[in-house]
Design a binder for this molecule. Sequence first.
Ligand code: NZQ
Ligand code: ZN
Length: 380
Amino acid sequence: MENFIAYNPVNLHFGKNILSSLGKTLKEYGNRVLLVYGKGSVKKSGLYDRIMKDLKAQGFDVCEYGGIKSNPVIEDVDAAAAIGREHQVDVILAVGGGSVIDSSKIISVAIPVPNPGWDFFTGKAKAEKAIPLVAILTLAATGTEMNPFAVVSNHATGQKSAFGSPLTFPKHSFLDPELTLTVPRDYTAFGVADLIAHCFEAWFGIGDTTLTDRFVISIVKEAMEYGPQLMSDLQNYEYREKIMFAATMALNGMTMYGRSTGDWGVHSAGHSLSLLYDVPHGASLTIVYPAWMRHFKDRIENRIVQLGAGLFDETLTAGETINRIEAFFKSLGCPIRLSDLNIPGDHRQPLFESMVHNKVNGGNVKMKEEDYWGLIGLYL
Ligand code: NZQ
Ligand code: ZN
């Protein structure tokens, strides 16, 4: 086992009607609220009206920034931070999926400084102060609700990068599974895949820790059991609840206890697909994960075999395990090759260049440029 420090300050509010204490929670931080949301799902579902009515009734002064796109971009972060600065907000309320909450984390550290948000990703700016962030999660997938990470794209520099600091944990996150009942079929499946991929990234990291391995296997088994049931009954509250809980546990630090690093090579490679073709994050992972395991099979054979035994309660070869995992992703309706997405053009060279430019690599399984070609060949 590797030495580790466990730290997670997020107050997680989980369950039906949990939003009833939202106003009281926001009041802890002040009266001026910056509400941040995405492209419109919150308006369609009625959540926006409900929150606005509630906050106005309690005397909050609310300004807003709507329009954060999926695979969020730095321009929106800067525009929202400008609004927050102008209104001298006391607290940020992020309502949405990973894209909205990740953007809000950078907005929270960007408001107190004159720097553009991208400076946090390049190291030009340090997070020394943050406007408190309260999140309402509407999509189970990323785990952002209980971690400090933010992933944002900068198309001007051709990068999709992650930032995290002890200041970018949300102060409170509200998770009412009912709010995820409207998530469409495709993003529901991508969310299940994403949470499984987070577990795998931990599994293929560095650190021999049997208890944490059991956490990982339990979370993935939960997702493999209830994910398909949810796909055939999208309105089922209990399945939504199980997947939401699993997604939060998959990336809140718990799967990293006793490890010095996760791998994250698949996420890193997947970001190039999202950058170049706006592939939804979860879909990028169902394309890259099987290819990555096949490409590196000889280097990590034992670990893949252990994963197969843990997940399927049978003795399988590494190849059989990979086939089963790929078949599972496919059964959810996720793409497993880039060609499944019917994106026209020849993608080899641009993908390779993006991977070089973004220094795609894993924390454990190190990649060289020839590995990029190997991966691309397997997932096209
Ligand atoms: O924009 P709106 O209209 O809100 O629609 C969104 C969007 O189209 C929609 N949606 C969200 N909640 C909904 C809903 N539609 C109906 N009903 C609801 N209740 O779903 C679409 C996808 O939303 P998005 O926030 O983009 O998805 P997700 O939560 O998967 O977030 C993806 C982003 O998170 C990053 C990814 O790279 C990607 O940029 N990640 C963040 C991580 C973290 N912070 O720890 C880790 C992850 O590995 C990941 O990298
Ligand atoms: Zn992910």
